[in-house]
Design a protein around this ligand. Structure first.
Ligand code: ADP
Ligand code: MG
Length: 902
């Protein structure tokens, strides 16, 4: 019986149907133009691009140009690659252009789809970025679609990590640039550490099309991108903690496998205190609850997580004496990625490999905030619908489900649940054997390398030849995938999300076509394709007869989307195919989330050895469990984002200022303003309002003027003059420093001076910003602890980070003023010495970041009220200066807190 919803859908159509229907006429327009563009000469296609560019420059909208531009691009692809974009691809490309996610199943041809939307948007001359998950795909797609763009008179670039700056700049200057999300994010961060405009790679963030958008914007969005530098070596501490962790008894701690959180019980804390005191990591009187212990507590937590939650060969591998992370979604090694906050070091201590110094953050950004920089964003993937809410909420992206070019003929079987893992595997081997005997290719999905090796062993024992695709072999990945659809092939893979090569029955035609085209660039692509397809036809026919690709999953993943990715490998472009999931009561998901009810039902049914229960109810129940995990992961990402948003506001201000400074011709006004502000602050501090001259600390004032302004003027005498007030002194200080700086400018020459001002400003901003990032990181872990005191950590973090930002700006002004006051024209030798000094200082920046950690500790202690402070009794406040910290311990300046004048 149909539910009411289903009946309504049949009558009214879903919102998705309506969107598609409303867009069809546009597709028809593109189709109607086809004959006209087919008649153009090859040069004619390029001329069209010229014409379109002109029309855009003259103000014609991209929407108006869309039908012609798409028709031109379709024709270009047909001529160069022998691929005529299907209507479904044109449809999907329209939605991309409109800033949506097009959900197109695997094998529907997303690569070509993207090129239509990219071509149209690149007509603005502002550059389009196409984002893929790995560099193999960057290169593949840039080479592949580059042929199309070239035929249209557009340039294509591939920005990859091992490239010279110049080559990379050239790649970014192309009309269309392919790059991975990582490289884009890192280049953005690096751009914002540069000091000359000409070195900037990403001139603008105009339009990005993100392929495998769920992998990038959801799975990878859990870890922010961080550029960091090493800090001091603390391996001893890691080793000591690593020795202590195994001594812990279960009652000493709580592990939450679901949230990957750890905490210690009171008993555990006491035990740890003893152990750590004995090893001199804690002072005799120090407890773990003391503020000074924040950092130790943090590292013990990390040690426990390293031991109990991070498993070798599931979460990481040890290779060549290095701990390498494994991408939980693709099973691939993540080269160069390290866990932050000392967790990586804790794992290194556990595995006995060399402990690399912890890194301090020099710059960081989340993918969420990086991709929100673009004026327009679009995405493609086979699996977006389950995450539609997140895409809408975080990125403002709608999801449109694009119909397949040919209806899907795949059969998805109900899950089969066995009692034990062994029984499940045995059943799988049996099924693979059956399929193999018919010649049906099998793709076996697993959730970890360990499990894929286990299955591989069983297959070998059964005498079944097979390929294994996992982190250890990513070099040959594409080839193995390409072969997975051949007659009788058996392939084991860890998660298939974001793999990017599609499995074609009888083998991958595209790789061969491209090979042939590269070997003979003059050959006719259409003819080559026909020849290769004909060669494949025979094998393809046999595979089709055997039932197409059979996908066997050995477990359900935490996320339904990853399961769908695996399923979607079968049945592409209307091919036959079959998918089934083999589960057992011992699976992680079942253990952690499976309802007890399910287990009871299964036991009452009295499952016998080797028997499975197969029922749609089981699928439903598991999908509910998965939805729960997905929701939880979404919450984690939202939380990360909320914290990053706070920093993002500040990052935008700083990066924006930096950019303005780089672009500015003359910064004299800015630095003069800064200097005058510093003078104001000095006056506020040493000549507080409503005080008399005899109360002023004129000695201190004089010293501060020399130190901060670098002018030696008789401040003390000025202050003793009759009837003098702060306004007069301010005028005189401004006059004196303005003159000094004017003299310097004359001595250096105007142009030199402008240059010095610029470099100094940038250097100061960078230095202060790095320190500030470090402080924010510490603040985060500190507010985490405060959460226990019933305060909302996010609010605390927001308020305090805002204050810290103001503090940073104050000290930036001081820094710049002070340094500019100190510069002197110099001889060539002196200049040389200065350059060397500058280089040394650059190196010291990292060390400075470490020192700021200690400052932070001091700042935490400062957050206590001063001894004897009583709020209602002003005599207990001491005699703080207006710019000194308030004695109440708020951390604010006195003048903004208890010293605020009514
Ligand atoms: P997806 O990324 O959607 O999984 P791909 O872009 O990798 O798909 O394309 C899959 C295969 O489909 C490629 O081999 C490609 O050559 C083929 N293909 C794409 N578009 C067309 C088309 N319009 N006509 C014929 N084959 C196509
Ligand atoms: Mg793809």
């Amino acid at each position: 019986m149909l539910g009411i919803g289903t009946i309504a859908k049949k009558v009214f159509g879903t919102p998705n149907d309506r969107k598609i229907k409303a867009t069809r006429p546009l597709v028809e327009q593109v189709n109607a133009l086809e004959p006209e563009f087919a008649k153009l000469s090859d040069a004619g296609l390029i001329e069209k691009t010229e014409e379109f560019r002109k029309r855009v420059a003259e103000g014609e909208s991209l929407d108006a140009l869309l039908p012609e531009a798409f028709a031109n691009c379709r024709e270009g692809a047909r001529r160069t690659l022998g691929l005529r974009a299907f209507d479904t691809q044109v449809l999907a490309a329209i939605f991309l252009h409109q800033g949506n996610i097009s959900e197109q199943k695997t094998g529907e041809g997303k690569t070509l789809t993207a090129s239509l939307a990219a071509y149209l948007n690149a007509l603005t001359g502002k550059g389009v970025h196409i984002v893929t998950v790995n560099e193999y795909l960057v290169q593949r797609d840039a080479d592949w679609m580059g042929k199309v763009f070239a035929s249209l008179g557009m340039t294509t670039g591939a920005a990859v990590s091992q490239m010279s700056e110049n080559a990379k700049r050239a790649a970014y200057d192309c009309d269309i640039t392919y790059a991975t999300n990582n490289e884009l994010g890192f280049d953005y961060l690096r751009d914002n550490m540069k000091s000359n405009l000409s070195e900037i790679l990403q001139k603008q963030h105009h339009f990005a099309i993100v392929d495998e958008v769920d992998s990038i914007l959801i799975d990878e969005a859990r870890t922010p991108l961080i550029i960091s530098g090493p800090s001091t070596d603390r391996s001893d501490m890691y080793v000591i903690i690593d020795k202590v962790i195994p001594l812990l008894e279960p009652e000493h701690y709580d592990l939450d496998e679901k949230t990957r959180n750890v905490s210690f019980t009171d008993e555990g804390n006491e035990f740890l205190e003893q152990q750590l005191r004995a090893r001199s990591l804690l002072e005799p009187e120090q407890t773990l609850y003391d503020p000074e212990s924040t950092s130790i507590v943090h590292h013990i937590n990390q040690g426990l997580r390293a031991h109990k939650l991070f498993l070798k060969d599931r979460d990481y591998m040890v290779r060549d004496g290095e701990v390498m992370l494994i991408d939980e979604f693709t099973g691939r090694m993540m080269q160069g990625r390290r866990l932050s906050d000392g967790l990586h070091q804790a794992i290194e201590a556990k595995e006995g490999t060399t402990i690399k110094p912890e890194n301090v953050t020099l710059a960081s950004v989340t993918f969420q905030n990086y991709f929100r920089l673009y004026d327009k964003l679009a995405g493609m993937t086979g699996t977006a619908l389950t995450e539609a809410e997140e895409f809408a909420e975080i990125y403002g992206l709608g999801v449109v489900e694009i119909p397949t070019n040919v209806p899907i003929a795949r059969i998805d079987e109900d899950d089969a649940v066995y009692r034990s893992v062994q029984e499940k595997y045995a059943a799988m081997i049996e099924k693979i054997q059956e399929a193999h005997d018919k010649g049906q290719p099998c793709l076996v999905g697993t959730t970890s390398i360990e499990k894929s090796e286990m299955l591989s062993k069983l297959l070998t024992e059964a005498g079944l030849e097979h390929n294994v695709l996992n982190a250890r072999q990513h070099e040959q990945e594409a080839q193995i995938i390409a072969d997975a659809g051949k007659f009788a092939a058996v392939t084991i893979a860890t998660n298939m999300a974001g793999r990017g090569t599609d499995i074609q029955l009888g083998g991958n035609v595209e790789l061969k076509v491209l090979e042939a085209l590269d070997a003979d660039p003059e050959a006719d692509p259409v003819a080559i394709r026909q020849r290769i397809e004909a060669e494949h036809a025979d094998e393809k026919k046999k595979v089709l007869a055997a039932g197409g690709l059979y996908v066997l999953a050995s477990e359900r993943h935490e996320s339904r989307r990853i399961d769908n990715q695996l399923r979607g490998r079968s049945g592409r472009q209307g091919d036959p195919g079959r998918t089934s999931f083999f589960l057992s009561l011992e699976d992680d998901l079942m253990r952690i989330f499976g309802s007890e009810r399910l287990e009871k039902v299964l036991t009452t049914l009295g499952l016998k050895e080797g028997e499975a229960i197969i029922h749609p109810w089981v699928n439903k129940s598991l999908e509910r469990a998965q939805a729960k995990v997905e929701g939880r992961n979404f919450d984690i990402r939202k939380q990360l984002l909320k914290f990053d948003d706070v920093m993002n506001e500040q990052r935008k201000v700083i990066f924006g200022q930096r950019r303005d400074i780089m672009e500015a011709e003359d910064l004299n006004e800015i630095v003069t303003d800064m200097r005058h502000q510093v003078i104001d602050d000095l006056i506020d501090t040493y000549m507080p309002a409503r005080t008399y001259a005899d109360q002023w600390d004129t000695q201190g004032f004089y010293a501060a003027v020399i130190e901060q302004l670098n002018v030696d003027v008789p401040v003390i005498a000025w202050c003793e003059e009759d009837g003098v007030d702060d306004e007069v002194i301010r005028e005189r200080l401004i006059e004196a420093t303005d003159k000094m700086m004017a003299d310097k400018a004359a001595a250096f020459g105007d142009e030199n001076m402008r240059n010095i001002e610029k470099q100094l400003l940038l250097q100061s901003i960078d230095g202060k910003w790095r320190d500030h990032l470090m402080t924010l990181e510490h603040l985060r872990s500190v507010v985490g602890f405060r959460g226990y005191a019933q305060r909302d950590p996010l609010n605390e973090y927001k308020n305090e980070s805002f204050q810290l930002f103001e503090v940073m700006l104050d000290s930036l002004r001081q820094d710049v003023t002070q340094k500019l006051g100190q510069i002197q024209p110099m001889s060539d030798e002196e200049r040389q010495a200065m350059l060397e000094d500058l280089a040394r200082r650059q190196a010291a920046v990292e060390a400075a970041a470490d020192a700021s950690a200690n400052d932070q500790l001091a700042a935490e202690n400062a957050n206590q009220p001063a001894d004897g402070f009583v709020e209602d009794d002003q005599t207990t406040w001491g005699d703080p200066g207006r710019n000194e910290p308030c004695p109440c311990g708020s951390g604010e300046k006195f003048k903004h807190c208890h010293g605020r004048l009514a």
